[in-house]
Ligand binder design. Structure first.
Ligand code: NDP
Length: 453
């Protein structure tokens, strides 16, 4: 068997129930086959075996007391996967589905994503099975404080710099940063996604959604196309989805869908900037559900229990561009076939691994422009990197400067994918292979320089 085959086999045997991790490793390693031929030094130094094993995995108990005085116990995690090219960096996810497999998949992806950004950041991920949904601010605060009571000893501005992810937005980052500052008695850039008042960067909240749309625009440009007049399906209604809606509108596209884990809304007149403002208030301030959108905009239809991709498939909705921005494995083979049938020419992943491997094959077989998450959603962590730089300098760049840097980084990631696909791939514009190889090479070369550590 090949080196790659052996590594995949071994991780499956070692941890047979870590399905999401297996999926992520397989997705990356299978495209790295050409590097084993061109770089025998990587094979000799067992880079492939070493890169799938986290530097360390930290798990801990998170006890907390709710408003009624009842005691709860959640699980906390931090996977410090690889710091070959910079301090560990990656988000924290608070969601009941969080487990070791999901965080290992996300931490593994983060290694290559961070490398692609051109900034010096290693890969990590963490979080808890705590569900902030429906909890009072005081409950969330006590949970965040208990979580940080353990995490603080493992992180630091030059060691590991967490950020937000699903269930961890400005409120949670504020509570965690406040408590870190109390424990360590230092005001340093140890978390990103901070509010502007205490060291955040302009454009960080917008960065993942904007970056995903910038990446899609770059892909479209390779075919002489752009967003103007295009119909766009977006899933999710959280941080990434909201700013993807905003940027698509700015570039002249029409967004017709959004969802949460309970329902999907379809607004064929388009979710314009005013409606997007309503959604931001509904989701971020009122912490409401997306189904409430149809109370305000009665022309829209709400499909309870269906995902965006179910609605497109079942209702035969025409879309030009799809931006999955909710969660992993939300879009399967049948959904992808329906997208192709309904005219979709471009898919850019705002979420991490939202398309199943079978869905990706459908895009590739049908010549759909496909930007995998580790490239298309890297704008978030790239801007986190810019937040770290500003914190180190104790200085803030204006909005235009951060946005211009973000756009430049997304263009550069796009170009790196194309260049790596040209050198190592068989097909032009194979963004999956291009992103994996471009991200991998830098990390592998750094690991090689260090010897066996
Ligand atoms: P948020 O928590 O802000 O929003 C997540 C959204 O997805 C919510 O609308 C949520 O609905 C919905 N969702 C979650 N699970 C499901 C599900 N099973 N089915 C349908 N909808 C679901 O998270 P983000 O927007 O920050 O993150 C979204 C994705 O983007 C994740 O994959 C994340 O890893 C990725 N990402 C985020 C980055 C960032 O900067 N925030 C950076 C790079 C990637 P509900 O409210 O019902 O839970």
């Amino acid at each position: 068997m090949s080196v790659i085959g052996d590594v995949i086999e071994k991780i499956k045997q070692q941890d047979p129930y870590e399905f999401e991790f297996h999926q992520a490793v397989e997705e990356v390693l299978l495209t790295l086959e050409p590097t084993t031929k061109k770089h025998p030094e990587f094979v000799k130094a067992k880079i492939y075996e070493r890169i799938v094993e986290p530097d360390r995995t930290i798990t801990f108990r998170v006890p907390w007391t709710d408003d009624k005085g009842d005691v709860h116990v959640n699980r906390g995690f931090r996977i410090q996967f690889n710091n070959a090219i910079g301090p560990y960096k990656g988000g924290l996810r608070f969601h009941p589905s969080v487990n070791l497999s999901i965080l290992k998949f996300l931490g593994f992806e983060q290694i290559f994503k961070n490398s692609l950004t051109t900034l010096p950041m290693g890969g990590a991920k963490g979080g808890s099975d705590f569900d902030p949904k429906g909890k009072s601010d005081a409950d969330v605060m006590r949970f965040c404080q208990s979580f940080m009571r353990e995490l603080f000893r493992h992180i630091g501005p030059d060691r590991d710099v967490p950020a937000g992810d699903i269930g961890v937005g400005g409120r949670e980052i504020g509570y965690m940063y406040g408590y870190y500052k109390k424990l360590v008695n230092e005001h340093t850039g140890v978390l990103t996604g901070k509010a502007l008042a205490y060291g955040g960067s302009l454009v960080r909240p917008e960065a993942t959604g904007y970056g995903c749309v910038y990446f899609a625009a770059e892909m479209l440009a390779t075919r002489g196309l752009d967003f103007k007049g295009k119909t766009v399906a977006i899933s999710g209604s959280g941080n990434v989805a909201q700013y993807a809606v905003e940027k698509v509108n700015e570039l002249g596209g029409k967004v017709i869908t959004l969802c949460d884990s309970s329902s999907t809304i379809l607004d064929e007149e388009g979710i314009d900037l005013e409606k997007c403002g309503y959604i931001m208030d509904l989701k971020n301030e009122k912490r409401g559900r997306i189904s409430e959108y149809t109370d305000k905009y009665s022309n829209a239809v709400c499909y309870i229990g269906d995902s965006v991709w179910d609605v497109i498939k079942n209702q035969g909705i025409k879309v030009d561009i799809a931006l999955p921005c909710a969660t992993q494995n939300e879009l399967d083979e049948g959904h992808a076939e329906a997208l192709v049938k309904n005219g979709c020419i471009c898919v850019a992943e705002g979420a991490n691994m939202p398309s199943t491997p079978e869905a990706v094959r459908v895009y590739q077989d049908n010549n759909v422009l496909f930007g995998p998450g580790k490239a298309a959603n890297a704008g978030g962590v790239a801007t986190s990197g810019l937040e770290m730089s500003q914190n180190s300098m104790r200085f803030s760049w204006p909005r235009e400067e951060v946005d211009a840097r973000l756009l430049q980084i997304m263009k550069s990631i796009h170009q790196s994918c194309i260049d790596a696909a040209d050198v190592y791939g068989k097909k032009k514009n194979d963004y999956v292979l291009g992103a994996n190889i471009a991200g991998f090479l830098k990390v592998a070369r750094a690991m090689l320089s260090y010897g066996i550590v």
